[in-house]
Design a protein around this ligand. Structure first.
Ligand code: CO
Length: 205
């Protein structure tokens, strides 16, 4: 049997079982969505946001890209953010990196080509800014520390986006969370949290 045929069969089994257990499930689900979380994470196949947080469909809007980066000129992410903030009015935006991230490693080592090299170029600049701290670490520890620094950096970028600023300024309740997922034990840890009050206090006067 083909690999993709297995996926289709598994899907049929999943839908059938769910409908047996909760006959109105798909009728209710099709009506609308109202997720409370937006997840911005890495495309890595091992970091499946809803599975690792045990979230059923409808709870979490998900955007993934290589190395969980925030670029203001990324129309894809900006559209996802706009819908999450303006329509769904999510309470939490989680930006999650993961240990041993290949995208972060490529950025740090500047050893990628093509689209990947272009996409992760800022990670190289970030590692330069933290050279002193990083250069004393071993290869694996260096990547994992840069993963944390990258999460913090991307959370900063997120907090400065006009759409996020506007939400904070009009008093919309939304918190930004920077997390890292460990591939070795399956656990999430918090690197940093930003609330509206943190940013509004930063402004002079
Ligand atoms: Co990754």
């Amino acid at each position: 049997m083909n690999d993709e045929t297995l996926l289709l069969l598994a899907n049929k089994a999943w839908a059938t079982q769910l409908k047996d257990e909760r006959p109105d499930y798909f009728v209710r689900q099709a009506a609308d969505q109202n997720p409370n979380f937006l997840w911005i994470g890495c495309s890595d196949s091992r970091v499946a946001p809803d599975q690792i947080t045990n979230s059923p469909p409808g709870v979490m809007s998900i955007h993934r890209n290589v190395a969980n980066l925030v670029h203001e000129d990324d129309d894809n992410l900006m559209a996802v953010l706009q819908i999450a903030i303006e329509k769904s009015k999510v309470s939490h935006i989680i930006l999650c990196g993961h240990d041993g991230c290949g995208g972060v490693a490529h950025g740090m080592n500047r050893d990628a080509t093509g689209a990947v090299a272009h996409w992760v170029r800022d990670v190289g600049e970030l590692s330069d800014r933290h050279r002193t701290e990083l250069e004393v670490l071993g290869e694996r520890e260096r990547i994992d520390r840069l993963v944390e620094l990258n999460v913090s950096e991307q959370l900063d970028r997120l907090s400065r986006l006009p759409i996020v600023r506007a939400a904070f300024e009009r008093g919309q309740e939304v918190m930004l969370h920077g997390w890292v997922y460990s591939l070795t034990d399956g656990l999430l840890r918090t690197v940093r949290t930003i609330a509206a009050t943190d940013l509004l206090q930063e402004q002079p006067g």
